[in-house]
Design a binder for this molecule. Structure first.
Ligand SMILES: [Fe+2]
Length: 405
């Protein structure tokens, strides 16, 4: 028995009818949690927020601007998130880190410089409101504001993954390894690539590009997996493991619900709307079954974010755009890409989120969903003066119909 580590740590063997340990205990802070706390800026933990522009920011000594960490429920340890304000006519401090980072420009216009130690020149590219770019792993970078107003950037990282695994802050920020395989130094490294290819796992539309100048208005190819006329692309950026996609529902049409474990956070890009999310064990019709009070809801506008599965385990989630315009969103997952869950390589796997419940997936077809949803959507669109384009045939019992003509 250890007798040299203080009274609080004194361990007693349980009696014959007792189990070892406390049984109930406070969840410990991870290395990344402790790191966030040490940075002196707020840490926002919730289901989501209607607009990240409304988050309170505090001066961020390490980065040089103001910021707030964001860790929506269910994403803990799965990926990192923060907003940072770049001062008007200023720049953030130079940094490099052993985690991947994608950046979405919520507000502002400016440039980013990227380089590796020993490089003769810095790569410089421009960004504006709506731009999405990625910083190659452990590359030096500097984010510069081109205007006199502050710029606001939302970043997604693999910070928690790497920091918790290495259990060292210094190894993350002070590491000499150069990932030349992720940052070639080619002149066209940050030239947007618009070519579309099938992603190697699920065969969905993918773009290999390290910068997209405007994800709010860029072209999206037809996908049809979530709603009739649904469009979608997944950007593959700087050889990242960080998974994300950009998608759009047609105006007046809402997403089918589906269930999976936590990681996904949705960011509203155009339109306004709301998301419902509920534990899978409540089933596809929670309101009808008297469990509506266990369903969580978040309303948002462009700049709003919501976590898809706040409880960690499989949760259904369903998104409703209620504007006259299409509802565009981007979803960020960190390295937890659907289709890449643990399992034997080569084993048969299915895109369960895109397959309806009767066919073995987790998607709730419109005809099986809670009638409350359709009614509420119709009422909301009427109130908003927006056209309802959900067709009667989407709701025919047993129909396999799930896409537009
Ligand atoms: Fe999902």
């Amino acid at each position: 028995m250890p007798h040299d580590i203080g009274a609080q740590s004194h361990w007693h063997e349980p009696g014959a009818n007792q189990k070892a340990g406390y049984g109930k205990f406070g969840r410990p802070a991870s290395r990344y949690d402790l790191f966030m706390q040490s940075e002196g800026i707020p840490i926002f933990r919730d289901l989501g927020v209607s607009n990240v522009r409304n988050l309170p920011l505090q001066p961020w000594k390490r980065l040089g601007g103001k910021g707030s960490y964001i860790q929506l429920w269910g994403t803990e340890g799965k990926w990192g998130n923060y907003v940072v304000e770049v001062p008007g006519a200023g720049a953030l401090n130079v940094e490099k880190h052993m985690f991947e980072k994608i950046c979405f420009v919520v507000e502002g216009r400016g440039t980013t410089e990227v380089w590796l130690e020993g490089d003769k020149k810095r790569h410089i590219f421009e960004w504006q409101k709506g731009s999405l770019f990625s910083i190659p792993l452990n590359a030096y970078h500097r984010i510069v504001n081109a205007t006199s107003s502050p710029a606001l950037i939302l970043c997604g990282t693999t910070g928690p993954n790497v920091m918790n695994a290495l259990n060292s802050v210094d190894a993350v920020f002070n590491n000499a390894y150069q990932f030349r395989d992720r940052f070639s130094g080619a002149d066209d490294f940050y030239k947007p690539n618009e070519d579309i290819e099938p992603d190697p796992v699920r065969g969905l539309a993918m773009r290999r590009t390290n910068l997209i100048p405007d994800i709010v208005n860029c072209e999206l190819p037809l996908d049809n997996r979530r709603s009739p006329g649904y469009r979608r692309i997944e950007p593959y950026m700087t050889e990242n493991t960080f998974y994300l996609w950009i998608a759009q529902h047609e105006n007046g049409r809402y997403s089918k619900a589906h269930a999976h474990t936590s990681a996904a956070v949705l960011l509203c890009l155009t339109g306004k709307g709301y998301t419902y999310t509920w534990p899978e064990h409540l089933g596809p019709t929670p309101w009808k079954d008297g469990k509506g009070d266990e369903v969580r809801r978040l309303d948002y506008e462009p700049g709003g974010i919501v976590t898809a599965a706040p409880g960690g385990n499989r949760w259904y989630h369903q998104h409703f755009g209620v504007s006259k315009e299409p509802f565009r969103l981007t979803a960020w997952f960190g390295p937890h890409a659907p289709g890449r869950e643990a399992g034997v390589p080569g084993e048969k796997h299915t895109d369960v989120g895109a397959i309806d419940l009767p066919d073995g997936g987790t998607a709730i077809p419109y005809w099986m969903e809670d009638p409350f949803l359709r009614q509420e959507y119709a009422n909301t669109l009427k109130r908003e003066g927006a056209e309802n384009r959900m067709e009667e045939k989407f709701y025919e019992p047993g129909t396999k119909y799930s896409f537009a003509d």
